[in-house]
Design a protein around this ligand. Structure first.
Ligand SMILES: Nc1ncnc2c1ncn2[C@@H]1O[C@H](COP(=O)(O)OP(=O)(O)OP(=O)(O)O)[C@@H](O)[C@H]1O
Ligand SMILES: [Mg+2]
Length: 212
C-alpha cells in the first residue's frame, strides 16, 4: 500500500490578473522502498506539490492520503513524515545539534546521533549556529534532521542545490539508505546525479506529471 499519496490535487495561485495552475490535477502514490525523483523546469510546480504533500499549503481541490486514508499531513508525527524545504528552514537561534535533535527533545526521547556529523562532513560544527555555516553545510544539517528520526516518508526539495559532487552523492546515498530500510522518498531535483539514485523518475511540466 502507498505510504503517502496526492489524489487529484490542484493548487492555483493568483498574481495580479494572472491565474497560475502551479499543480494541476496531480495524482501520485509514493510506495515504500521507492526513491522517487521529480524533475522539471523551474516554475513547473515541484515545490508546490511537495508543500501540499507536507501539509504546508492547502490544495484547492483533491486531497492527501496517508496509508490509504485521507489525512491532513500536518497532523502526522515527525517520525512519520519529515520535510527538507528548498530554503532549508533551520532555526537560526538553535545550534546545529539543537536543530537536529529538536523533534526528539519535544518527544522527550533520547536520540543517538553517533557519527552522523562526521559522516556528513560537519565535524566540530555541532555547537555552531546555522548563520555560521556555509549554505551547503546548512543544507546537510537540514537533511540530517529529516533522516535522524527514521521517518516512513521524506520529502526533500533540491537537496543537492548547494552541494559539490561528493556531497551530492553523500546526501543522496543517505536518503537512499533510509529508503532501503522501507521508507519512501520524494526528491525534487534538477541534478543529473540524483538520477543515479532514483528507483522512479517523474517529470513535471506546467503543474502536470509525466512519468518517464
Ligand atoms: N506564493 C505564490 N504566489 C504566486 N505564485 C506562486 C507562489 N508560489 C509559487 N508560485 C508560482 O507557482 C509556479 C510553481 O512554482 P514552484 O515553486 O512550485 O516551482 P518549482 O518547480 O519548485 O520551481 P524551482 O525549480 O524554481 O524550484 C510558478 O509559476 C511560481 O511562480
Ligand atoms: Mg522548487
Amino acid at each position: 500500500m502507498s505510504v503517502l499519496s496526492a489524489i487529484g490535487v490542484s493548487r492555483t495561485y493568483r498574481r495580479g490578473p494572472e491565474v497560475i495552475h502551479a499543480v494541476d490535477d496531480v495524482t501520485l502514490h509514493l510506495e515504500p522502498g521507492v526513491l522517487t525523483i521529480i524533475q522539471g523546469p523551474s516554475g513547473s510546480g515541484k515545490t508546490t506539490l511537495l508543500n501540499v504533500l507536507a501539509g504546508w499549503e492547502p490544495p484547492d481541490s483533491g486531497h492527501v492520503e496517508w496509508r490509504g486514508v485521507e489525512r491532513h499531513p500536518s497532523t502526522l508525527a515527525w517520525t512519520d513524515l519529515t520535510v527538507v524545504p528548498q530554503r532549508v528552514g533551520l532555526l537560526s537561534e538553535l545550534t546545529v545539534a539543537e536543530n537536529v535533535t529538536l523533534a526528539a527533545r519535544i518527544r522527550s526521547e533520547p536520540l543517538d546521533t553517533g557519527g552522523v556529523y562526521s559522516r556528513f562532513g560537519l565535524d566540530d560544527l555541532e555547537e555552531a549556529f546555522p548563520g555560521e555555516l556555509s549554505a551547503g553545510q546548512q543544507q546537510r544539517v537540514a537533511i540530517i534532521r529529516a533522516l535522524i528520526d527514521r521517518p516512513a516518508a521524506i520529502l526533500v526539495d533540491e537537496p543537492t542545490s548547494s552541494q559539490d559532487e561528493d556531497n551530492a552523492r553523500l546526501v543522496l546515498s543517505e536518503i537512499q539508505s533510509l529508503v532501503r530500510s522501507g521508507a519512501t522518498a520524494l526528491v525534487a531535483s534538477h541534478d543529473p546525479i540524483a538520477l543515479e539514485f532514483a528507483d522512479r523518475v517523474i517529470r513535471m511540466r506546467d503543474g502536470r506529471l509525466d512519468e518517464t
